[in-house]
Design a protein around this ligand. Structure first.
Ligand code: NDP
Length: 607
C-alpha cells in the first residue's frame, strides 16, 4: 500500500485484512535496523589459528594411514556429500569407471557426516530429499528422517554404486593445476597424492566451513565449547536422539537461534541442568507434523514416483499451480499461503507492482499466524513476545519444529534476548548481555557456516587454470561463470552449487539436476573423442548480464531483509542467494533443457 491511499481507504483495508500493513512494514524496518552490524560479513571469528580445533573431526574413529596415490583418472570429484555421490553414481551409470572422490571426512555424507547434533533432521520431506531412493530400493522410515538415517543412506549409495573403492577419505586437496600440454588437471593433496584428472567436479557444498561469532573475549572462555557441526558427545554423553546425561549438572549456553539451534535446543533443554539460549534474531518456527512412513502408501508407489513427487513439490514451492499437492507440508502450505490463496486467477493480468503487494500481504498474514502460534504455546508472555520474528518469511531459512517453542516453558530454560545486538562479551566464566553475566560451563556455538567469502577460501584450495590464472583472480570482482557451472580459462572444471544457477529449497533436487547436466557434458566430450570443454569469455559475460538483470527483485527484497547470510549480513552483494538465477528454478530448468535441445551447446568451446 502506498502513501497516496487516503485515510478512509486505509481504514477499510485494515478492517478487511485484520492488520495494518503500514504498521507491520514499519515494525519490520525498525527490527531490521537494530540488527545491522557495521562489520557485516567480517563480524565472524574464523575457524583457523587458535580456533582451528573447532573444525576438527570428532567422529572419525581413527586417523587413516595409507601410501600416497599417483594415478591417471578420468574424473576427480571433490566432496563425498550428496552432490559428489549423485555425480559419482551418474558417472557409473554412464559407464565412466575411472574416477576418484576426495573427501576430508572419514566417510561419505557431507553435511550429514558433520551435522550429528541432537535432533538433526531434514527439513524437506525425506521421500524427496534423500536421493536415489528407487535405485537403492530404500524407503525412509519417517516423513522427516533424522540425521543418522540420512547419513546411513549416503553410505547406502556409496555401497550400491561401489563408490567406496573410489574414495580417498581424510584427505584434503592442496591445489589444482591445469596442465595444458597434457590436457589434464594435476590435483595434489595433503597426503602426497598426485592425481592427473581429465575432468574435475567440485561438490564441496555451500555451507561447509563452520564459523564462530566475533564476540569480544571469545578466546578467554575457560569452560568447554564446541560448534554444533562438531557435536562433542564425549562431553555431553548421549546420541543424536538425546540422552545427554553428562549435561545434567551443567549450565549450558547455546548461542544462535537459526535452523540448527531450533532443532537441537529441545534436546539440550531436556538434558541440561540449566540452558541459556542467547538470541539475536528469532526464527520463524512453523508446524512440523512428522510421522512414520505408512507401509501401505509405500507399497503402492509406482516406478518414477520420486521424480514425480520431487517435481510436484518444486512447482508448488516456486509459486506455480499444480493439480495436486503430494508433499503437502509446511513448505507447500507456506507457498499456498504466500501466493496461491491471495493471487487472482492465473489467467488474469496482474502488474508486477500489484504482484509484489499481494505477496507482501500474504507474507504478513503468514507471519501473523506464526506469531499467534508462539503466543498460544509459550506461557510466559514476555518470553513469547521475544520469540516473535519480525521480517519477511524468506529473509532467513524458515524452520519447522513442534518441540522448540514448548522448551521455553521449562523451568530450567532461559531465553536471553539480546535485542538484536548479539552477545556483548564472553568472560572466562560466562556470557554478558545487557551488562549481566550469565555463568556457563559450556558454550555451544549454533552460529552457522561461512558464506560470502572467496570460493577458494571456503573450498580450502586454489585452482590454477590455463596460463596460471587462479580462480580467486578470475572471481576477484565477482563470480563469472556460464550457467553457474564453469568458467572461461578453467577447462573441464565443473562446479555444483547455488551461485549463478537456480536455487531450490530442496538442495538435493538442485544437485541432482546440476549433476545430470554436468554428466551429460562429460559424456559428450568422452564419447565424441574431444579433449576439453569450457565456456567462451563472451558467454560468461552474457550470462553475468542475465544474472544481474534477473537479480533486481531479489536484491530489492534482500535489501529490506533483517541481516543474515542470505543477504550477506546487510551487504547484499555478498548474500548467498543474490546471484542465484532470479527467474526461479522452473525457468532455469526450461532454459537448460532448451539449451540442450538445440544440440548447439551454445557458449561452450570444445577442443
Ligand atoms: P545460521 O547462520 O542460520 O544461524 C546462526 C545463528 O547464530 C543465528 O541465529 C545468528 O543470529 C546467531 N548469531 C550469530 N552471531 C551471534 C552473536 N554474536 N550473538 C548471538 N547470536 C549470534 O546457522 P544454522 O546452523 O542454524 O543454519 C545454517 C543453515 O543450515 C540453515 O539456514 C539451513 O539452510 C541449513 N540447515 C538445514 C537443516 C535441515 O533441516 N535441512 C537443519 C539445520 C540447518 P542472527 O540471525 O541475528 O544472525
Amino acid at each position: 500500500m502506498n502513501s497516496t491511499v487516503d485515510a478512509d481507504d486505509r481504514r477499510t483495508l485494515v478492517a478487511e485484512l485484520g492488520f495494518d500493513p503500514d504498521a507491520l512494514r514499519k515494525k519490520y524496518r525498525e527490527e531490521r535496523d537494530k540488527r545491522f552490524n557495521s562489520e557485516r560479513n567480517a563480524q565472524w571469528t574464523p575457524v583457523s589459528g587458535n580456533f582451528s580445533h573447532y573444525a576438527d573431526d570428532p567422529y572419525a574413529e581413527q586417523k587413516l594411514t595409507r601410501a600416497p596415490v599417483t594415478e591417471q583418472i578420468d574424473v576427480l570429484i571433490v566432496g563425498g556429500g550428496f552432490g559428489g555421490l549423485i555425480s559419482a553414481a551418474n558417472l557409473r551409470r554412464h559407464g565412466i569407471v575411472s574416477f576418484r572422490i576426495i573427501e576430508k571426512a572419514g566417510d561419505f555424507g557431507g553435511t550429514w557426516y558433520w551435522n550429528r547434533y541432537p535432533g538433526a533432521q531434514c527439513d524437506i520431506e525425506s521421500y524427496i530429499y534423500l536421493p536415489l531412493l528407487e535405485e537403492t530400493g530404500y524407503i525412509p522410515t519417517e516423513k522427516y528422517a533424522h540425521a543418522k538415517e540420512i547419513l546411513d543412506h549416503a553410505r547406502r549409495i556409496g555401497r550400491h554404486f561401489d563408490l567406496y573403492s573410489a574414495a580417498l577419505f581424510q584427505t584434503e586437496i592442496k591445489e589444482m593445476r591445469w596442465q595444458e600440454d597434457l590436457l589434464r588437471w594435476l590435483v595434489t593433496t595433503d597426503r602426497g597424492d598426485k592425481l592427473h584428472a581429465r575432468f574435475v567436479i567440485s561438490a564441496s557444498g555451500p555451507l561447509n566451513r563452520p564459523k564462530l561469532p566475533g564476540i569480544p573475549g571469545i578466546e578467554s572462555f575457560k569452560g568447554h565449547s564446541f560448534h554444533t557441526s562438531r557435536w562433542d558427545y564425549a562431553y555431553t554423553g548421549g546420541h543424536s536422539r538425546g540422552g545427554m546425561t553428562k549435561l545434567a549438572d551443567k549450565r549450558v549456553a547455546v548461542i544462535g537461534t537459526g535452523a540448527t539451534a531450533v532443532q537441537c535446543i529441545p534436546y539440550v533443554g531436556q538434558d541440561a541442568g540449566h540452558l541459556y539460549v542467547f538470541q539475536r534474531t528469532p526464527s520463524n518456527v512453523d508446524v512440523r507434523g512428522n510421522h512414520p512412513t505408512d507401509p501401505i502408501w509405500a507399497a503402492g508407489l509406482k516406478p518414477g514416483w520420486q521424480a514425480h513427487r520431487t517435481e510436484n513439490f518444486n512447482i508448488l514451492v516456486s509459486g506455480a499451480l499444480a493439480d495436486e499437492d503430494l508433499v503437502n507440508d509446511g513448505w507447500t502450505d507456506m507457498m499456498r499461503d504466500l501466493i496461491s490463496s491471495l493471487l487472482p486467477k492465473a489467467e488474469e493480468e496482474v502488474s508486477p507492482a500489484e504482484l509484489l503487494r499481494l505477496k507482501e500481504l500474504a507474507d504478513f498474514r503468514k507471519g501473523n499466524r506464526l506469531r499467534d502460534r508462539i503466543a498460544a504455546i509459550v506461557k510466559d508472555p514476555g518470553t513469547a513476545e521475544k520469540l516473535k520474528a519480525w521480517y519477511p518469511m524468506f529473509c532467513k531459512r524458515p524452520t519447522f519444529n513442534d518441540d522448540y517453542l514448548p522448551t521455553f516453558n521449562r523451568s530450567n530454560v532461559t531465553l536471553v534476548d539480546t535485542e538484536g545486538r548479539g552477545v556483548e562479551r564472553i568472560t572466562p566464566g560466562g556470557l554478558v548481555v545487557g551488562g549481566h553475566e550469565y555463568p556457563a560451563d559450556c558454550i555451544i556455538f549454533a552460529t552457522g557456516f561461512e558464506t560470502g567469502t572467496a570460493y577458494t577460501k571456503r573450498s580450502g584450495f586454489e585452482v590454477h587454470g590455463r596460463g596460471g590464472e587462479t580462480l580467486s583472480e578470475h572471481y576477484a570482482n565477482g563470480l563469472r561463470t556460464l550457467h553457474g557451472f564453469y568458467s572461461h580459462g578453467f577447462p573441464n572444471f565443473f562446479i555444483l552449487g547455488l551461485s549463478q544457477n537456480a536455487f531450490k529449497p530442496n538442495i538435493v533436487d538442485m544437485l541432482t539436476e546440476q549433476s545430470a547436466h554436468i554428466t551429460a557434458l562429460i559424456t559428450h566430450v568422452h564419447s565424441h573423442g574431444l579433449s576439453t570443454v569450457e565456456p567462451t569469455a563472451q558467454a560468461e559475460t552474457d550470462w553475468l548480464r542475465v544474472i544481474q538483470e534477473k537479480s533486481a527483485e531479489a536484491r530489492a527484497f534482500l535489501a529490506e531483509c533483517t541481516p543474515g547470510y542470505y543477504s550477506g549480513e546487510g551487504d547484499v552483494d555478498k548474500g548467498l542467494l543474490v546471484d542465484s538465477y532470479g527467474g526461479g528454478s522452473l525457468e532455469f530448468s526450461r532454459l537448460l533443457s532448451d539449451w540442450h535441445s538445440t544440440g548447439r551447446m551454445e557458449g561452450l568451446r570444445f577442443t
